[in-house]
Design a protein around this ligand. Structure first.
Ligand code: PEP
Ligand code: MG
Length: 886
């Protein structure tokens, strides 16, 4: 016996079920399932997706034994319906519908009323005692068949239809009677001739041409594009199935109709029946929007029996499929039929509400609930978005990278100072800069959003904006931000300082003018319940990258379980502090440096205390100073003047010091642990500040878990040198103060060499934290600051699937991580390991972190909710058998 290609369902037998979506497609599998449940489904059969694959693999040929099987299935359909295909007394009509395993709404073809010809149309007229209905069905079929199966342009049919309407002086199709429709059929047939096509009178011929057209539509340009956009190509789809289903008619009079019903409100998620329907209509009329449908409630008055039956069916389907269902139904002369059911599309808010409600109703488990919501849904619900109506009329001017989510609108300013001034006057502003620097942080803080024309996803603007939860679009390369003339130019549009501009940090889009924003509900209600479920399910911990107590507070509110990275250099961004930091950096002697450090210590101590307080009971990882120096050296005349005054040297001398500090490659320069190797006093001061802050709190009876982290380590000796000095200072302070304080010392792993010698480093460290920003930069050799210029080409050509600074490049950087993890744990089985680069907030990278066996991820506070959900989903996927595939 050959392979099975055709699966039948009818009142006598059902061959498929809802688990067979891969070969029956979503529609076919669920029709079979509904038939098994004894629900009123018109009988039919599915030709499997394997035939589609065969057809395309074999130069558009069908398997040899397909034809007899389909013919046999047609005979069975005739038997169960007691009708005959092509009969002139009691004709069987069918629909031929596409349906892949994953729904692709409107992308592929469907043909209705198939089986009509010059004879059977008369039979249908007599049988239904409705000549108009029969001829309307016939002309619809000829039109659909010509358009879909033979490629005759749709407009030509419309022209012919209009010709008849015009001659009669009417506007609506419904005003045409049976005789008019016969004329339309004549004109349509003439059109076929003019186009050199033939309308087949033989129903079997009609069927085969239609089946072939549906399989053919799998590879029409719009379907291919749809699969690309929705990343469906990797999912191993075989193709579309073809469903041949006995027609039922919603257009047989006022006791007939067709509609769509949802078991819950797809907009809000509320548990109430929702839907619409049209009386005396076929499905295509609902889609075409010619008449306004009525709400489902009205069906209650029109036909209470059908209404009640439909509600019963809806309940049954939702309970059976354990998800909100989107159902297509038709009523033929007071008789209800179901044409389709599937999990309904829903808004982000509805997704969360439905998932939580269904757990409370006992319908699904917490694990399932967590899988029902996309991480991007959570993102959407936590940040402002543009009002969809206003967005339709907005003037689009360009695109950059979506660096920090949300939507923001404000008046354009070109400097941080102006931003602060205008914000003080109560204005909403967008800070536009070619790129930002630590100097701009004050302005960024008061702005609604940040727009830059340079830089990538880990540029200063991107990292700082994300940390602040501020909308940002960065690296918008075709938008010219002209600071000198204070104008923005893009796509022929010119905007001046003070003009309104709107930026969309979810999509990276920029619009001229003011677009209203709406802020969705915060981390309350259903979202917070869902995330509690997520925490129960997940294995991976989620911490936050937070530099100041205010950020730590936000992080806690979003559910962070500790701080995975405090970038201590960021504590000096404030205008009062930055010059003290600069002073330290340009100090010429150890004495000068120690004096500057002495001034920095109190700030650090009180900031650390604040962090520990906010995170009481959780680990707080504080990284020793890691400033790429170029971010901090004084640049402007004013800065030079001030710093020179503070350290008591001439401006001239300072300028030459600054010049000495200049590096060709600051990202690979005198930063991280290298600074501490040259200037041990910096690490000493920071250790003091950390330990003293912890001691302060212990004395207040609080719990503190400090972790001191050393950045940019590549050689174990860097660690051993630092560790010795940290231990000595810390232990002395602890002893002096007579307190019980445990602290940990660990390293960042962000230099490829560290991954290779991780066994040596692991033997000396309590923990590893992967700095995936630098590890990507150094691993791929792509500069963090300007890879944006070419990354688009790389992604377009498929060299990297996604921006490697956003999503971990599993097969490269991922393997480095695995190497380091194995090495580190082999030397120290208790080694705690996490990720604190920007990837810590990316769902795909979080999944990788779980699969490879890390302990936690750490991300900016506003990404913590998304990370919590992604961590839980990773745990479920792992349980379901997913493994790392490099
Ligand atoms: C990293 O490199 O991933 C990291 C977290 O450190 P930074 O971004 O501060 O260099
Ligand atoms: Mg780093």
């Amino acid at each position: 016996m050959g392979k099975k290609y055709v699966y039948v369902w009818n009142k006598n037998r059902v061959e498929g079920n809802s688990k067979m979506k891969d070969i029956l497609g979503g529609k076919g599998a669920n029709l079979a399932e509904m038939a098994s449940l004894g629900l009123p489904v018109p009988p039919g059969f599915t030709i499997s997706t394997e035939v589609c694959k065969y057809y395309w693999d074999n130069n558009r040929k069908f398997p040899e034994d397909l034809a007899p099987t389909v013919e046999e299935a047609m005979r069975e359909l005739e038997n169960v319906t007691s009708k005959k295909f092509g009969d002139n007394k009691n004709p069987l009509l069918v629909s031929v519908r596409s349906g892949a395993a994953i729904s692709m709404p409107g992308m592929m073809d469907t043909i209705l009323n198939l089986g009509l010809n010059d004879e059977s149309v008369e039979g249908l007229a007599k049988l239904t005692n409705n000549e108009r209905f029969a001829w309307d069905s016939y002309r619809r079929f000829i039109q659909m068949f010509g358009d879909v199966a033979l490629g005759i342009p749709h407009e030509k049919f419309e022209e012919a239809l209009n010709e008849v309407k015009n001659k009669k002086g009417v506007k609506q199709d419904l005003e045409l009677d049976a005789n008019d429709l016969k004329k339309v059929v004549e004109l349509y047939k003439k059109l076929y001739k003019e186009e050199g096509k033939e309308f087949p009178q033989d129903p079997m011929k009609q069927l085969w041409i239609s089946i072939e057209a549906v399989f053919g539509s799998w590879n029409n340009p719009r379907a291919i594009k749809y699969r690309q956009i929705n990343e469906m190509d990797k999912q191993g789809l075989l193709g579309t199935a073809v469903n041949v289903v006995a027609m039922v008619f919603g257009n047989m009079g006022e006791d007939s109709g067709t509609g769509v019903a949802f078991t819950r409100d797809p907009n809000t998620g509320e548990k109430k029946y929702y839907g619409e329907f049209l009386t005396n209509a076929q499905g295509e009329d609902v889609v075409a929007g010619i008449r306004t449908p009525k709400s489902l409630d009205e069906l209650k008055n029109i036909n209470p029996k059908v209404y009640n039956q439909l509600l019963e069916v809806m309940d049954k389907l939702e309970t059976h499929f354990r998800d909100m269902q989107d159902i297509e139904f038709t009523v033929e002369r007071g008789q209800l039929y179901l044409l389709q059911t599937r999990s309904g599309k829903r808004t982000a808010a509805a997704a969360v509400k439905i998932a939580v409600d269904m757990v409370k109703e006992g319908l699904i488990s917490k694990e399932e609930a967590v899988m029902r919501v996309k991480p991007s849904d959570i993102e959407k619900l936590l940040h402002p978005i543009f009002d969809t109506e206003e967005l339709k009329n907005a003037q689009y001017i360009g695109k950059g990278l979506p660096a920090s989510p949300g939507a923001a609108t404000g008046k354009i300013v070109f400097s941080a100072d102006d931003a602060e001034k205008m914000a003080k006057d109560g204005e909403k502003v967008i800070l536009a800069r070619p790129e930002t620097s630590p100097e701009d942080v004050g302005g960024m803080n008061v702005a609604e959003g940040i727009l830059t024309s340079r830089g990538g996803m880990t540029s200063h603007a991107a990292v700082v904006a994300r940390g602040m939860g501020k909308t940002a679009v960065v690296g918008a390369e075709d938008i010219v931000i002209d600071l000198k003339n204070k104008v923005i130019k893009s796509n022929g549009v010119e905007l001046k300082e003070g003009d309104w501009i709107s930026i969309d940090g979810n999509e990276g889009k920029v619009y001229a003018g003011k677009v209203k924003t709406v802020r969705p509900e915060g981390l309350a209600g259903d979202i917070s319940v869902l995330l509690e479920y997520a925490d129960e399910v997940s294995v991976l911990g989620v911490r936050a990258n937070a530099d100041i107590p205010r950020d730590a507070k936000v992080a806690r509110e979003f559910g962070a379980q500790g701080i995975g990275l405090c970038r201590t250099e960021h504590m000096f961004f404030g205008s009062e502090r930055i010059n003290k930091m600069r002073t330290m950096i340009v100090s010429k002697t150890e004495e000068q440096r120690r004096a500057a450090l002495e001034q920095l210590l109190p700030y650090q101590r009180s900031d650390f205390k604040g962090l520990f307080e906010e995170m009481e009971g959780f680990s707080v990882t504080i990284r020793l100073l890691d400033p790429p120096l170029h971010e901090f050296v004084p640049e402007s005349d004013e800065q030079i003047r001030e710093v020179a005054k503070t350290i008591g040297i001439s401006e001239e001398e300072l300028r030459s010091t600054v010049k000495d500090l200049e590096e060709f490659n600051p990202m690979m320069g005198h930063r991280g642990v290298r600074l501490a190797i040259t200037y041990p006093e910096i690490a000493e001061m920071q250790t003091k500040a950390i330990i003293l802050a912890a001691i302060d709190l212990i004395k207040e009876g609080k719990k503190v878990q400090p972790e001191i982290m050393i950045p940019v380590v590549g050689n174990v000796k860097e660690l051993t040198i630092l560790k010795e000095s940290i231990k000595q200072i810390a232990d002395e302070l602890i002893k002096e103060n007579n307190v019980d304080l445990e602290y940990k010392i660990g390293t960042m792993i962000e230099v490829p060499r560290a991954c290779v010698v991780a066994d040596q480093i692991g033997a000396e460290a309590d923990f590893f934290s992967f700095g995936t920003n630098d590890l990507t930069q150094l691993g791929l050799g792509f500069s963090r600051d300007d890879y944006g210029k070419f990354i688009g080409d790389y992604i377009e050509k498929g060299i990297y699937e996604k921006d490697p600074f956003q999503q971990i490049d599993r097969e490269g950087v991922g393997r480095l991580i695995k190497l380091a993890l194995d090495g580190g744990r082999s030397a120290n089985p208790k080694l705690k390991v996490g990720i604190c680069g920007e990837h810590g907030g990316d769902p795909d990278s979080i999944e990788f972190a779980h699969l490879v066996g890390l302990d936690y991820v750490s991300c900016s506070p506003y990404r913590v909710p998304v990370a919590r959900l992604a961590a839980a989903q990773a745990a479920v996927n792992y349980k379901r058998g997913k493994t790392v595939n490099y």
